[in-house]
Design a protein around this ligand. Structure first.
Ligand SMILES: [Fe+2]
Ligand SMILES: [Fe+2]
Length: 194
């Protein structure tokens, strides 16, 4: 479905993440918040795009549902949300949008950046669902992995709805390359989903 990157780093990340599950849950809650608000922002910017509004409106509800699910897991463990924090991974991905591009290219970039974030979240949740010791969190992350994989497909299909398929595929390849170097330059953070 999407390219797996730095496979050798991932077992290390799960190991680190499991020891810091409180921090991971807090970061995860923020990720779900951002996912919902990013969909809302697309709907607000492109109300004339019927398909986009139709596809993303239920995704907002799902992402907000995920946020509530993470909050519930946090409450069980007496963990509270902290102050909002900077997400270096997402901030750097956002710079990939072609600011001087045509309106269509900019829409394509926005959709593909969202697809990338969904793909990475899915990948991390898959690892947690496979390797984490806590049985409840295992099934929790399994369920979320499936949902984020569907969102990845939603964003790719929307990009293809508004731009030629070959252009979308070429641009996504370029973005995967750019993301690879972003990830390479980001340290593996014990407290972050990405
Ligand atoms: Fe989500
Ligand atoms: Fe998602």
């Amino acid at each position: 479905m999407f390219r797996y990157l730095f496979a050798d780093c991932y077992p290390r990340w799960v190991d680190i993440a499991e020891k810091n599950i409180e921090e991971i849950l807090i970061d995860h809650a923020f990720c779900e918040q951002k996912a919902a608000s990013s969909c809302i922002s697309l709907i607000v910017h492109y109300p004339q795009l019927e398909k986009l509004v139709e596809v993303l409106t239920p995704v907002v509800t799902e992402e907000w549902g995920h946020f509530r699910m993470v909050l519930k897991e946090m409450k069980k463990r007496n963990i509270a949300l902290t102050q909002k924090r900077k997400d270096d991974y997402v901030l750097q991905l956002l710079t990939l949008e072609r600011k001087n591009g045509t309106p269509n290219q900019r829409l394509m970039d926005k959709l593909l950046i969202n697809a990338l974030i969904e793909a990475r979240s899915c990948e991390r949740f898959r690892l947690l669902s496979l390797h984490i010791a806590d049985e409840n969190l295992k099934s929790f992350y399994h369920e979320l992995m499936i949902s984020e994989a569907n969102h990845y497909v939603n964003f790719i299909e929307l990009a293809k709805e508004y731009s030629p398929k070959q252009e979308v595929e070429k641009r996504f390849e370029e973005m995967l390359e750019a993301e690879a170097s972003i990830l390479q330059n980001l340290e593996i953070r014990k407290d972050r989903v990405h």
